[in-house]
Design a protein. Structure first.
Lengths: 206, 206
């Protein structure tokens, strides 16, 4: 089956499969049935079978899934078998936290650049990468392949900063800037809204 | 209609409505039609009408929605008309970023405590709140009403730390610890997995 036809909903579940299988691997679990995976993930077993059939199955009737194989195959589907270079644009508290997140590197996302507009941050190192100024960004992107830019600037700067990134060849933006980015074509934007989950918590805890 | 019957899908969209309406308010927009809101939100106009009908409508045929009224009403539905106290448990890079996020305070979430196990952090202040040690947590929770705990400890500590929080009366956990929390009843847990969105970006950018 053509991967392009896979629904958004399946794709949104894949990272969860990947995480759970990773935890099973860490606990040295070798095989798991769709029923066991179902109980862990709060997804029905038939949903799991259906999801994984999108990618050719991986399971064997009555025998369960090989955890390591399934983990690696889903990793490949997600593109995690390749390394990705990423930069952080906006080195405030949140940008620093993203830059310091070891887990992203474990997933193959390698921090290669940090950019800000604040001259007092120029040259400050995080994980041995010096912060550069935004006017150095175009030159940096000419010389270095960058797969993803994490956008951690204030909301008011998000749209204009994204334009600079895209004008200089960035194709994938991981957007934490508290506003959805609009009007860019040929670019993948993943908007992360931490406050949305806080609002849901507020609703659910009423 | 009983709010309890509202589907998860609607509830997941409410924070987005709230954000968009907030941006419209900031731009001094007074009224908006469901068609305009639809174009901005990439949700069909009929979906919007249907969603808002869950809460009694708010709109008037041919007249559109009053932005300020709708913003405030959705805020009330989300429980954002009340103040919430929250603490941050785990004051690493990410915990510090959460503690420093002014936007949460604008939404009525007031930071009232910071906790960690690292003695070198004891008394260090973030936004004028001193970091306390974990053994001070039970006493703190006895004296202070805390609505939400943001859990920003390493994955390996997540389950045990959550247990301490819950044993001491915490009912709502905003979990950033890279693992889903399991097996707690009567407690609302909102799991945030930043790496999931990064994996989706990896997939979509293949």
């Amino acid at each position: 089956m053509n991967e392009k036809e896979i629904s958004q909903a399946v794709i949104r579940r894949l990272p969860r499969y990947y995480r759970y299988l990773g935890e099973l691997l860490e606990s040295n679990v070798e095989r798991i049935s769709s029923n066991e995976l179902s109980a862990k993930m709060h997804v029905t077993a038939s949903q799991i079978r259906q999801d994984l059939n999108n990618f050719g199955g991986f399971g064997q009737q009555g025998y369960g899934y090989n955890v390591k194989y399934l983990y690696e195959e889903i990793g490949k589907i997600l593109g995690l078998d390749k390394d990705h270079n990423f930069i952080v644009v906006g080195v405030g508290h949140f940008g620093q936290a993203i830059a310091n997140y070891q887990n992203f590197e474990n997933m193959g996302f390698k921090l290669t650049g940090l950019f800000d507009v604040d001259p007092s941050l120029s040259g400050v190192k995080i994980r041995n990468i010096p912060v550069m100024m935004m006017d150095e960004l175009p030159g940096f992107l000419k010389k270095n392949k960058v797969d993803v830019a994490a956008l951690t600037v204030p909301k008011s700067q998000a749209q204009s900063t994204a334009k600079v990134l895209i004008d200089n060849g960035i194709k994938n933006i991981w957007n934490f800037a508290l506003t959805d980015l609009d009007g860019f074509s040929g670019v993948t934007v993943e908007n992360v809204h931490l406050s949305d989950s806080l609002m849901q918590l507020s609703y659910l805890s009423k």
